[in-house]
Design a protein around this ligand. Structure first.
Ligand code: TXA
Ligand code: MG
Length: 318
């Protein structure tokens, strides 16, 4: 049943043309694939396919939907996703390809699934330097959402063997291109008007950011620190009151359903949790824009990725 995490006979293949083609075919089929970047191994999936993104969270067993970094093969691809300020251009020029992630406003026509950025109006983007990751993005033709390729709560993998130990049986494929060089996750920054804010420290230091931009660099406040998964405070939340576990909605509620039965938006008619996760943020945005003054949500089972769905709903209702 799709309620449980999917199980796979995980294949580990050394990086070559054939292995790359196989990985790209899996990405196009909406599957997650482990691939090295210069920082750590990532668990990559088609960022424009919300079910594929849901499979990343399901495989990692993440208890919440933390927004993910979207990886691009070149600057042109990044420009189709987010709006670049002059400062963002300067930083891209100085540090891309490389271990710098920038949080920038999503373009109105951004094709990336809302689940990848957890419903936020911004998107974290990175142009990595690792040839395997760049070749995979190019071969699959889509931007790739990729958190570190480890089960939730364990440390980031710097070799294919770490990925196998952590996610073996939970993902179909690992592209092995040897150990990663940086071994530490990318620096995440938010370029502002007159300064740069570091959201997560990493291989690109405050000093080099300052030097490249001529602007002051600030550390994010504690409430904004995102080094620990799930700690991000700036979450998308609907503006209306939201009731959870509702089986009999009242007429003033926009009802988000799950499984058979009447509702305004069904997360998954067949009660599939991956599909429900993929639809969650679209449903919340629809509900927010609807004429009804309140929102209700059907009970969602607390199994597999259902845990993350319920965590997200609890935050939205708080
Ligand atoms: O080196 C890396 O960055 C690796 C490799 C695979 O690229 N990726 C990685 O991803 O570390 P992940 O998902 O483990 O960490 C992404 C971090 C999370 O802490 C998340 O909260 C933050 O980026 N993030 C993503 N989108 C964001 C956004 N729109 N605003 C603020 N923070 C965001
Ligand atoms: Mg991680």
């Amino acid at each position: 049943m799709s309620h449980r995490a999917e199980t796979y006979d995980t294949q580990l293949r050394a990086y070559d043309e054939a292995a790359l083609a196989q990985a790209a075919a899996l990405i196009r089929a909406g599957e997650p694939v482990a691939v090295p970047t210069e920082t750590v191994y990532g668990l990559a999936a088609d960022a424009t396919n919300s079910s594929a993104v849901a499979r990343i969270y399901a495989a990692k067993g993440r208890p919440s939907f933390n927004p993910l970094i979207v990886h691009v093969a070149d600057l042109a691809m990044a420009r189709r996703l987010v709006a670049f300020s002059p400062l963002a251009e300067t930083l891209a020029d100085a540090f891309w390809p490389g271990a710098l992630t920038m949080v920038l406003p999503r373009r109105p026509d951004c094709p990336v699934a809302e689940l990848a950025s957890a419903g936020l109006p911004t998107l974290a983007v990175r142009l990595p330097s690792h040839p395997a990751m760049r070749a995979l993005i190019m071969a699959s033709g889509v931007p790739l959402a990729a958190p570190s390729a480890n089960a939730s709560g364990s440390i980031s993998p710097t070799r294919a063997g770490h990925v196998m130990a952590s996610l073996g049986g939970r993902i179909p494929f690992i592209l092995d291109a040897g150990p990663t060089s940086a071994g530490l996750e990318s620096t995440i920054v938010r370029p502002e008007d007159e300064r740069i804010v570091i959201l997560r420290p990493g291989p690109v230091t405050a000093a080099t950011l300052e030097q490249a931009s001529g602007l002051p660099v600030a550390e994010a406040g504690k409430d904004e620190r995102i080094s620990a998964p799930g700690q991000l405070e700036s979450h998308y939340a609907p503006s209306k009151r939201l009731a959870l576990g509702v089986t009999e909605p009242t007429p003033d509620q926009y009802h988000i359903g799950f499984g058979p039965g009447g509702c305004d938006y069904n997360l998954s008619k067949n009660s599939e949790l991956i599909e429900a996760a993929a639809n969650l943020f679209a449903a919340l945005h629809e509900a927010d824009a609807a004429p009804q003054p309140r929102i209700s949500v059907a009970p969602i089972p607390m199994e597999g990725i259902g845990t993350a769905i319920n965590d997200r709903l609890r935050r939205a209702a708080a």
